[in-house]
Ligand binder design. Sequence first.
Ligand code: UVW
Length: 320
Amino acid sequence: AVSTEVPKFVDLLKDSPKNWGKWGPEDEVGSLNYLTDEEALRGVREIRSGKSFTLGIPIANPEGDPIWPGRRTAQRINVMDRGDYLAGNGPHYNGDMEYADDMIIMYLQGSSQYDALGHVWYGDQIYNGYSADTTTSAVKKASIFPIAEKGVVGRGILIDMARHRGKDVLDRGETFTHEDLMEAAQAQGVEIQKRDVLLVRTGWIGSYYRTPESEFYRDFIEPGLTYSPELVQWFQDMEIPNLVTDTIANEVTRDPVTGVDLPLHNALMRNLGVAFSEIIALDELAEDCARDGQWTFLYTAAPLKIVNGSGAPVNPVVIK
Ligand code: UVW
């Protein structure tokens, strides 16, 4: 039943597991600690053909970029081009080389991205128990920088929930659980293993490019995983280092049972330290996996090393 009173996270997640302190009082990369050298080799062992895929979406696409409502899409600004030289303003270098320059203004969460573990919080603490005050003016603890320094390398597995449900794209607000993921995996003939980088396709980001924006953003609610204590415990038991989806926020926007918004950001990212990668392009990879039946691969990702960033753009590379 839908409760009428929406709980606060301090109450809802009171008994939810936490990995704070598990990797020491100074840890800032959380469950990515599970990705040891051995895990990288486990990913490498999945390489069969050498075929590679990049999973970043286009940035500053003149047609538009999918983005969390309230944020603005990336703006690419021309700083210097051929016109400057024709007007006699271009800088001169011996040999007469000319060049173009441009810059970009974007939200760090405004494209394919990794969230810093300090990106969200409730109460007055972020991941690992750091004070939420450390996010003032800049994310000074659990920023994206240590994650970017570490990089992400492991065995990736793609679960295609949309295909499993016989759809191109899941419906607005359509939910699924960890049990659904395991069922879909079984149907795909694969098993989600401990410490896998978990990629989940809903078809949602792909649908952005085929849907008028007024429709895509209408009553904005994405499809995705739903919160339950059992799901949180499953992530904990499976030691999932990284959740990667083709949605803007990796989970159903409003939990249909409790009414809270984005509970997995808190239960998984803040409390367990699970890395979140969002707005990831999975359609082409999924097509290929469905064709050859290989749903596991080497997953690699290096978000940009933005000092004190709350997140960073990324273009993950998968090798099958
Ligand atoms: C919000 O911060 C609201 O979402 P995300 O982590 O998906 O960017």
